[in-house]
Structures are given as structure tokens and as C-alpha cells.
Design a protein around this ligand. Structure first.
Ligand code: PHE
Length: 340
């Protein structure tokens, strides 16, 4: 092939190149070791010494021309590829945005926060303790020695003989009193998960939450407990609510009461309905003593409630399992401000 032919052939082929790969093949075809220009240079051997330099020069010119042209083509391809990419990635800023759908705060967490706020406003602080508890704190420090029959009131998940999933948040009482080193006041609420061996149904769950309250100081009386609970119930359920105390038994309080809240028809004294809402009492002297407080100097009250029960009454929820199954339709009902 003559030089001129090579050039024409190149110009014809370069127009058809569509991508980097084809461009590379074209370079090999003309400039490679076995390419057309290398080939033609070999022909120089047959030329006379006088003809050789000018022939070499001509070949070099074509080589430079092809090289430059390939470079231009490469730039052209890159530009076209970039434009294609930009076009395909174009963003229409005028399109409406996609809706972000939110879940909702679990009503259980809502009620726990609400209860915390009420007690914080009365000067309580919030304390927490371990969910895996020792037998000592879950029972013994609460006046429930080993083989005390009242242990049967709370069917427990034992891990070892001495370790269990706490059955109540009361052990946090004992822990906080010990921290106070026999000196009041102690004024805390302790929210947290508790665990009992129960078969799950609409009103039972093997895992649920409790909020424990404890006040220890000089001159704390039963009427302080009653006033506190009355204030709390009205703050959660409404000013028209009444409370009723019934004698009860807890090993760690003496006397002990169960507290009911009036429901539905507060104005009709005769036909008032009562629903049980929490357990409470005056801290048992043994409990004070074991936790390092002198029962002759200090007294205290404690109460414990299930936020699930509070939320079920307040929001009219009929199945305790709704709190744990995380159905977003259930959760969103309590977050009307956040519904999307
Ligand atoms: N811990 C008790 C229970 O789970 C509730 C309670 C707490 C009762 C504090 C009285 C005082 O049954």
C-alpha cells in the first residue's frame, strides 16, 4: 500500500470509530509493530541510499498526522461520553420531592416520658439499674429472703442461682439508697424493663416496663404518699380523677396499698368505677436498715406502676402486645402531628 493510500484508508476508518476500544484497534492497525506504517518502513530497505531520507521523512509526517488525529479523536470521544453522562444524570429541580414517611414514637415511650416529666417537676431525679440483677438486690434487699413465700408472686427467669432477669424495678431503690450512704433525702423514679415468666396474652407479657418511685427523708408520712399519687394521677388522666387506696401486701412496704383510679363517671359518687393503677406503701424498716438508713430517723414511701397499664387506660389500648409488635399503623395513631 502506498503512503497516500494508507492516509486515505486511515481517514476513512477514523470516521467510523465509536469508542475507546475501536480507537485502540485503529492505532494498532496503523502504528503498531505489525501496523501499516511499520510495514511500509520495511520497504525502505529496497530504496537507494539517496531516496531513503526523504521517504523516511514522508513516513514520519504521516505517522505524526495519524498520531495527532488519533489524539483529537480520543478527545472528541471523551467529550461525547461526558455529554451523554451529563444528559442522563440531569436533575429536574422542579419535580416534586419524594415523601419521607415517618414512623411514630411508641406510646409506651411517650407515656414514660410524660410520667418522668411529672415527677421531675416535683423534684425527683431519674435513676436506672441493671436488667440482669442479683438475687440479693431483686429480692433479699427488699425484705424477701430466700424461700420467702412471697417470691412466688413474681415468677422469675433465673440465669444462675444468684442471677436473674429483674422481676421489678424495686432493686434500683435498694441500689440508690446504698449510694446515699444513710443520708437523705433520696427522691427518685426508676423506669425500666422487667421480666416475668408469664404466658403472653392481651393483658400479660413476659417482658414489660415499670416505673418505681422512692422518697426517703426525715418526717415522710403516708399523707405525703397519698398527696403525691393524687397529684400524679390528675396530671396524667385529668383534674376530675379521684384515687382510692385499698390495703394490700408487698414485702418491702408496710403498710402497703393498691391504688385505684376513678373511671368514666366521676360525678356520680354512687356508681363510680375503679381501676387498679399502682402499688405503693411506706418503706419497710427492714429495707431501710439493710440499705444503710436508720429507720428511727428516716422514713420513706415507694410506689410502682406499669406504664403499659397507664398508656392502655389513657389511650384506650386493649392489647398489651400492641406496644411490642411495632405495627407502624398503630404507632402513627399517637403521632397525628407527624403523620405523613
Ligand atoms: N414492685 C412491686 C411489683 O412489681 C410494685 C411496688 C413497688 C409496690 C413499690 C410497692 C412499692 O409488684
Amino acid at each position: 500500500m502506498s503512503l497516500e493510500k494508507i492516509r486515505e484508508e486511515y481517514l476513512k476508518l477514523v470516521k467510523e470509530v465509536k469508542d475507546e476500544k475501536e480507537l485502540y484497534d485503529l492505532r494498532v492497525k496503523f502504528l503498531g509493530k505489525k501496523g501499516a506504517l511499520t510495514d511500509i518502513m520495511k520497504g525502505a530497505r529496497d530504496l537507494s541510499p539517496e531516496e531513503r531520507p526523504s521517504f523516511g521523512k514522508l513516513v514520519n509526517e504521516v505517522k505524526t498526522f495519524i498520531n495527532n488525529s488519533l489524539e483529537e479523536k480520543r478527545a472528541e470521544l471523551a467529550k461525547a461520553a461526558l455529554e451523554l453522562k451529563l444528559a442522563s444524570e440531569e436533575i429536574d429541580v422542579t419535580l416534586p420531592s419524594r415523601k419521607v414517611s415517618l414512623g411514630g414514637v411508641n406510646p409506651l415511650n411517650k407515656i414514660i416520658e410524660e410520667i418522668e416529666e411529672i415527677f421531675i417537676s416535683m423534684g425527683y431525679s431519674v435513676a436506672e439499674g441493671p436488667e440482669v440483677e442479683t438475687d440479693k438486690f431483686n429480692f433479699e434487699m427488699l425484705n424477701l429472703p430466700k424461700d420467702h413465700p412471697a417470691r412466688d408472686m413474681q415468677d422469675s427467669f433465673y440465669i444462675t442461682n444468684e442471677l436473674l432477669m429483674r422481676t421489678q424495678t424495686s432493686p434500683v431503690q435498694a441500689r440508690e439508697m446504698l449510694k446515699a450512704n444513710g443520708e437523705g433525702p433520696v427522691k427518685i423514679i426508676c423506669p425500666g424493663k422487667v421480666f416475668r415468666r408469664d404466658n403472653d396474652d392481651a393483658t400479660h407479657s413476659h417482658q414489660f416496663t415499670q416505673i418505681e418511685g422512692l422518697v426517703v427523708d426525715k418526717n415522710i408520712t403516708f399523707s405525703d404518699l397519698k398527696g403525691t399519687l393524687e397529684h400524679f394521677i390528675k396530671a396524667v388522666f385529668g383534674e376530675n380523677k379521684k384515687i382510692r387506696l385499698r390495703p394490700s401486701f408487698f414485702p418491702f412496704t408496710e403498710p402497703s396499698v393498691e391504688v385505684d383510679v376513678s373511671w368514666g363517671n366521676e360525678d356520680d359518687e354512687e356508681n363510680i368505677k375503679w381501676l387498679e393503677i399502682l402499688g405503693a406503701g411506706m418503706v419497710h424498716p427492714n429495707v431501710l436498715k439493710m440499705a444503710g438508713f436508720d429507720p428511727e430517723v428516716y422514713s420513706g414511701f415507694a410506689f410502682g406502676m406499669g406504664p403499659e397499664r397507664v398508656a392502655m387506660l389513657k389511650y384506650g389500648i386493649s392489647d398489651i402486645r400492641s406496644f411490642y409488635t411495632n405495627d407502624v399503623r398503630f404507632l402513627q395513631q399517637f403521632n397525628s402531628d407527624r403523620n405523613d
